[in-house]
Design a protein around this ligand. Structure first.
Ligand SMILES: CC(C)(COP(=O)(O)OP(=O)(O)OC[C@H]1O[C@@H](n2cnc3c(N)ncnc32)[C@H](O)[C@@H]1OP(=O)(O)O)[C@@H](O)C(=O)NCCC(=O)NCCS
Length: 163
């Protein structure tokens, strides 16, 4: 069974590679390493044997945190991994006495918006034309939650639905 874990420095190249596969303006490995060394960037991930199949990166500035990016490999989506990753990041934040977690999400990214809403994030704003795409600009929705209040709706982070 796979389990969400906090990435060490040695795991960061895999996270940077997954980030580069999924996002047009990815963090470089150097950015991940600097954030890790400073303690401001914490990344959780899931491996299937040796392969990193999902990760979530967060910036921590107590008492606030921000979810920077998250991705699950295409073949493993819809299995509950995204939910487990967000839950792990929030649990980590709560342990660090974070009282507000923020994020920005493309409003057309229905999977991500659904996931964050299901975990208790609420919409607090909008940034117009925030994401540039070949087919036009898209708005970002700003969302927020208090990680300390979400324990009852989080599932065990090592249990995933059958894929
Ligand atoms: C967003 C992403 C991480 C979700 O990962 P995932 O492992 O598929 O998520 P889960 O299986 O945990 O599903 C989470 C919820 O989203 C729902 N969902 C999944 N795909 C959906 C879709 N296309 N439309 C609506 N809801 C969807 C699931 O039903 C589930 O809800 P439920 O628990 O109430 O049934 C994944 O789609 C991904 O990597 N996308 C590309 C990168 C990305 O967009 N990252 C987010 C940047 S903010």
């Amino acid at each position: 069974m796979s389990r969400v874990f906090l990435l060490s420095r040695d795991d960061l190249p895999d996270a940077a590679a997954l980030e580069a596969e999924h996002f047009p303006a990815p963090w470089s490995l150097g950015q991940f390493q600097r954030g890790h060394a400073q303690g401001t960037c914490r990344v959780h991930g899931i491996r299937l044997e040796v392969v990193l199949i999902g990760y979530i990166s967060c910036q921590i500035f107590p008492p606030e945190m921000e979810i920077l990016n998250m991705a699950v490999r295409q073949d493993f989506r819809g299995c509950g991994l995204g939910r487990a990753l967000v839950a792990a990041a929030l649990e980590d934040g709560a342990a660090l006495r974070i009282d507000a977690c923020h994020l920005e999400v493309d409003e057309t990214n229905l999977a991500a918006v659904h996931l964050y809403t299901a975990l208790g994030f609420t919409r607090i704003g909008r940034r117009r034309n925030y994401y540039q795409h070949p087919d036009g600009a898209r708005d970002a929705i700003l969302m927020q939650c208090d990680p300390r209040c979400l324990a009852p709706i989080r599932g065990p982070k090592e249990i995933f639905r059958q894929c």
